[in-house]
Design a protein around this ligand. Structure first.
Ligand code: DGJ
Length: 733
């Protein structure tokens, strides 16, 4: 059971998750030190000590905090500061009105309690699962700066996740300026660590990159106002030879959708300082007297089962510990999206033709993508003018929804509420509602500007605008898009609001907007999209239960994006569509079967003109949809394994095991044939070792140990595009 204990005799804080321990110590009752994070250790072991490294001039390292010879450079601080003798990157930097920024955080008090509070205006894990959570609050203070820093830690029953964040409270009469406030900082022995980051760009999101940590700082960040396609707030660390299946692996992820920084600093003693939080770049926050600033929450996971072990804990946390709701737990619907089917050339008639064929093929949801409003015949105009285009939809959206509902289909609608086209009535009415710096040009990206969500009146307007559409048009599903980065992050209010606060205030405004809408419309399912995966993060996942992870729908790219995305995020968040061949982004051809197999490893959907397919193709689609409906709850809720890395060689393999281990689904893709290739043998994972399993597609029976130790031999064909999707059922059933 997960628990938190403070041992008064040793001044030790023990935080236990189901299988891991996280230990801190109060050095001389004053400074909070980080001692350990790893495999579980006994809570009653008092052999802990916190030694500085051996030094020839050891007498200058005085462990008495009040001594002038106390040298903080050597100690593993839990929430480090800069300004005295710790020269590593700090977790917090605060400046007072005199311009001094030295902070000396000492222990004041702590409390341990069952449950977990929510974070002011920010998403967090477990606030709706109070009966599973135990929380520790440690209050540190700086007497001269007159600030309290409260560190929050929560653990959860049946979970290996630990959450951290901090609150900074200004106890003085004068304001202070926060220059940096990270969510987590962990000092640990270097011990041969590698960092895995998830990097790329639009159409190539979250490709894993593993690098050995070297002396100095290794970091990834976003400065784009969104968590971004370029880097992701999730990073993993592996020790020594740990891999996907074995060894020590650590994961950290931030529940935040804006500018972040994730870093690891290796000092001269080979100690690592691993940090995550709001990016201090172009950030500061004026904290008035008696006000509190809350950092976003970091999710920490340790596993001795390699990186798959870390991912499975993230998957569990990012489903079971998020706000409950019918759309979060509901089986994911098979959708058809109009974007690659018709782009802007959409109309009532065309939509109904697609719907009719889709219905025949077993599709359940039709999403009307971009092009339905204003004068939107291309991407040059109309964002902000959210009234239906009467030429394309003469009977309005409500008629669309009624007709779809009569056919037994759900109605999805694309919206991009955070944006405005300069060529729109809305922009003419509210030219100052977008982010801008007075007197400077306003950079357009896809012919659009970003509304200033740091302003309350803009958010209030958007809440009512979206509510009105949802209320009047019978929408069951929303695809929430956001197609650019933030530039000219500022507004006409100048220093009266603090221009460096705007990026963070934008995200707080966005969260308020999403929170209000998902609570107001609990039966509408929202999908997170930002030009594909530009905000594929745990913050968005808190509000919106699923995402469009990339605009690259080529299946051999998709499996790479899937591979990288599943390190930090569950399969239930990953929508995949069967699209045209040749593919619109890369021009590659893939068989329908291959495209289906890739798209069924996630949330299945379609994005092609289904009316142009022949009956044989419709029958194939129908067959896959039928299979998917039978197994989608396992795909959505099962235990997921990455078996083969698509970045090595020409193949990928994935597996999902149902929670009761009765069923497992195995996907194998060999996307390019190679001459004289050896047969592929792939081992399955997570089965009931005493049982037999039958492959429903081939009819063959196997002992689980054979499947897990010898593995499956895959067929070979002399062409590209070999794919296999096998469903195994435990034989006792
Ligand atoms: C970007 C999205 O990722 C696409 O799927 C599509 O919705 C377009 N925007 C529409 O403009």
């Amino acid at each position: 059971m997960s628990t938190i204990i403070f041992d008064t005799a040793t001044n030790l804080f023990y935080l236990q998750t189901e299988k891991s321990s996280y230990v801190m110590m109060l050095q001389k009752g004053a400074y909070l030190m980080h001692l350990y994070w790893g495999r579980q250790i006994p809570v009653d072991d008092i052999t802990w000590s916190c030694e500085p490294p051996y030094r020839r001039w050891s007498r200058i390292v005085d462990p008495e905090p009040e001594s002038d010879f106390y040298t903080s450079e050597y100690w593993p601080f839990e929430y480090p500061v800069y300004g005295s003798s710790d020269f590593r990157p700090p977790a917090i930097e605060i400046e007072n009105l005199q311009g001094y920024s030295l902070c000396d955080l000492k222990y004041r008090s702590h409390s341990i309690y069952r449950g977990k509070g929510s974070l002011q205006g920010l998403p967090s894990l477990g606030e709706y699962q109070q009966d599973r959570a135990t929380t520790l609050e440690i209050v540190l203070y700086d007497a001269i700066m007159e600030i309290d820093v409260v560190l929050f830690y929560s653990v959860f029953d049946q979970s290996d996740v630990l959450c951290r964040h901090s609150e900074i409270c200004n106890k003085g009469d004068d304001p202070v300026i926060i220059r940096k406030a990270l969510s987590s900082s962990i000092d640990m022995k270097h011990g041969n660590l590698q960092m895995i980051q998830f990097s790329g760009t639009a159409l190539r999101e979250r490709y894993p990159v593993k690098r050995a940590l070297a002396y100095g700082t290794t970091s990834v960040e976003s400065t784009r106002g969104i968590s971004s396609h370029i880097q992701n707030p999730c990073t993993l660390f592996t020790r020594g030879s740990a891999d996907e299946f074995q060894g020590e692996a650590y994961g950290q992820n931030l529940m935040y959708s804006g500018n972040f920084i994730a870093s690891a600093h290796i000092d001269q003693y080979d100690s690592a300082r691993i940090q995550l939080g709001l990016n201090p770049f172009n950030f500061s926050w004026l904290l008035a007297s008696l006000n509190v600033f809350t950092t976003p929450e970091t999710i920490l996971v340790y596993s001795d089962q390699g990186t798959n072990g870390v991912s499975q804990e993230f998957h569990h946390a990012l489903t079971a510990l998020l706000p409950p709701g019918s759309t979060r737990v509901a089986e994911r619907l098979i959708g058809l999206n109009t974007w690659e089917a018709c782009y802007f050339d959409i109309s009532h008639l065309k939509l109904m033709q697609l719907a009719e064929k889709a219905k025949e093929a077993g599709i359940e949801l039709i999403t009307l993508d971009d092009g339905w409003f204003g004068r939107r015949n291309d991407d040059h105009s109309s964002l902000g003018d959210w009234n239906v285009n009467k030429h394309k939809f003469p009977k309005g959206l409500n008629a669309v929804s009624e007709e779809l509902h009569q056919m037994g289909l759900k109605f999805g609608l694309w919206l991009e509420p955070e944006m405005v086209s300069p060529e729109s009535d809305f922009y003419n009415e509210h030219p100052d509602w977008c982010l801008h710096i007075p007197g400077r040009k306003r950079t357009q990206w896809r012919y659009q500007l970003v509304l200033d969500l740091s302003k309350n009146e803009v958010c209030d307007y958007l809440i009512e605008m979206v509510s009105e559409i949802l209320r009047t048009s019978g929408v069951d599903y929303v695809k929430w898009d956001m197609n650019r980065r933030l530039t000219e992050v500022g507004n006409e209010l100048g220093s009266s609001v603090g221009q460096r606060e705007i990026s963070h205030r934008y995200i707080l405004g966005l969260y308020r907007l999403l929170d209000t809408l998902v609570k107001r419309f609990p039966n509408v399912c929202f999908e997170n999209c930002a030009s594909g995966g530009g905000r594929y993060d745990a913050g968005m996942l808190y509000y919106l239960p699923q995402a469009w992870p990339s605009d690259n729908t080529d299946p051999s790219s998709r499996m790479k994006i899937l591979y990288g995305s599943t390190f930090g995020y569950p399969l239930s968040n990953f929508r995949s569509h069967v699209t045209d061949s040749p593919n619109h982004q890369l021009g590659r051809r893939h068989s329908l079967q291959f495209r289906e197999h890739v798209a069924t490893c996630g949330i299945l959907g379609y994005e092609l003109d289904i009316t142009k397919l022949d009956q044989q193709e419709i029958d194939v689609i129908q067959e896959h949809n039928c299979w998917y409906k039978q197994y989608r709850s396992i795909i959505q809720n099962g235990v997921f394994y990455r078996l083969e890395d698509p970045f090595i060689g020409n193949k990928a393999a994935f597996q999902v095991v149902s929670q009761d281990k009765k069923t497992t689904i195995f996907w194998f893709f060999r996307y390019r044939a190679e001459p004289e290739e050896a047969y592929f043998q792939i081992k399955l994972c997570g089965l009931d070792p005493a049982e037999h399993y039958k492959c429903l597609e081939t009819g063959r029976c196997y002992h689980a140990k054979t499947l897990m130790n010898l593995g499956l031999t895959l067929p070979w064909v002399n062409h590209d595009d070999l794919s296999v999707r096998w469903t195994f059922s435990r034989l006792d059933d």
